[in-house]
Design a protein around this ligand. Structure first.
Ligand code: TYM
Length: 333
């Protein structure tokens, strides 16, 4: 069976971008003839400073977010990365396969390290090799992600191909990114040219999965727009990034195409569309945030689910790491 792997960093709260671009897609792929493996990538999160207590909380909250959104720990393997040591072990092998030049071209490295690259962590630079290890440890073939992860997935393919070539084997599969739907790139509510992000300084720029109904309504009411009414066709959204973003969010939440949404709402001013959007967002998100809050009352249960998930993940990954060591020439593998 084809295998799906994806991960999310517990580096802050979940945003609507993570939900629509990732988790909602993960849920859709569950039980569709794929073996699905979903991860909280805590080793990735610490490539930038994380307060230990906050990291623990965020990891459990992310697990609660996955489950509340519909990831069923019996149907999918759900775990946190640090509990399966094979991720870090395979990442080391890939650190020796990947080239410095490949890493230097990563836009996320350039963005996150900023002007002061000398002071960024070595882990932040090697981040994509660990990500390749996450995926290839399970020989995953399909990786659902948002648009911003495309370059990292291309690097994952490069690492798999170079490994296979260097060692003369057909061992690691060349993975397919799955970047689909209306919300592969949800933008900031304050600036249509910036991605919605958990690390944006402005909380008004994003909808958090833990926001209550009033907060969601307020953020949408205040979202930046232009003065024109909505178009009836998709090409009318060109050069209107804020309008496009809100329509994309609506389409993804409603599970309709952008064309179908515009056929319906075209001609309306934002003063009519925004309340429709916030009603829809509250309707879809508040059951999830309610369930997240309930699950967070029982952190021990969350930890038990993750421990079981790690065990299952190791069962799949350990033989693949062993075989990798053997290919590389490690005695004892
Ligand atoms: P992270 O934690 O930044 O984001 C998790 C997922 O959410 C998607 N996403 C978005 N999608 C649409 N619009 C947005 N504004 C938005 N913001 C985030 C991301 O594309 C991602 O799918 N490097 C990864 C984590 C990772 C991973 C992996 C992913 C580690 N190992 C292996 C796939 C496979 C990351 O930083 O995601």
């Amino acid at each position: 069976t084809p295998r799906v792997f994806s991960g999310i960093q517990p580096s802050g709260g979940l945003t609507l971008g993570n939900y629509l671009g990732a988790i909602k897609r993960f849920v859709e792929m569950q039980g569709q003839g794929f073996e699905t493996i979903y991860c909280m990538v805590d080793l990735h999160a610490i490539t930038v400073w994380q307060d230990p207590e906050a990291l623990r909380h965020q990891t459990r909250e992310l697990a609660a977010g996955y489950i509340a959104s519909g990831i069923d720990p019996d149907k999918s393997v759900l775990f946190n990365q640090s509990q399966v040591a094979e991720h870090a072990q395979l990442a080391w092998i890939f650190n020796c396969v990947a080239r410095m030049g490949w890493m230097k071209r990563m836009t996320q490295w350039k963005d996150k390290a900023g002007k002061n690259q000398e002071n960024a962590s070595l882990g932040l630079f090697a981040y994509p090799a660990l990500m390749a290890a996450d995926i290839l440890l399970y020989h995953a073939t399909h990786v659902p992600v948002g648009e911003d992860q495309k370059q990292h997935l291309e690097l994952t393919r490069d690492i798999a191909m170079k490994f296979n070539h260097d060692f003369g084997v057909e061992f690691f599969p060349v993975t397919e990114p799955v970047i689909e739907g209306a919300a592969t790139r949800v933008m900031s509510l304050r600036d249509g040219s910036k991605k919605m992000s958990k690390s944006d300084a402005s909380d008004a720029s994003r909808i958090n999965m833990t926001d209550d109904a009033d907060t969601i309504a307020k953020k949408i009411r205040k979202a930046k727009t232009d003065p024109d009414a909505l178009p009836s066709e998709a090409d009318g959204l060109e050069n209107r990034p804020e309008a496009r973003n809100l329509v994309n969010i609506y389409a993804a939440l409603a599970e309709q195409s952008v064309d179908a949404v515009l056929a319906d709402i075209g001609g309306r001013p934002f003063s009519e569309f925004k309340p429709m959007l916030s009603d829809l967002a509250v309707e879809k998100l508040s059951p999830i945030s309610g369930e997240m809050a309930r699950l967070m009352q029982q952190p021990d249960e969350i930890d038990a689910i993750l421990a079981k998930g790690a065990e299952r993940a190791r069962t799949i990954g350990a033989p693949i790491l062993k075989r990798t060591y053997d290919i590389v020439g490690m005695v004892g593998a």
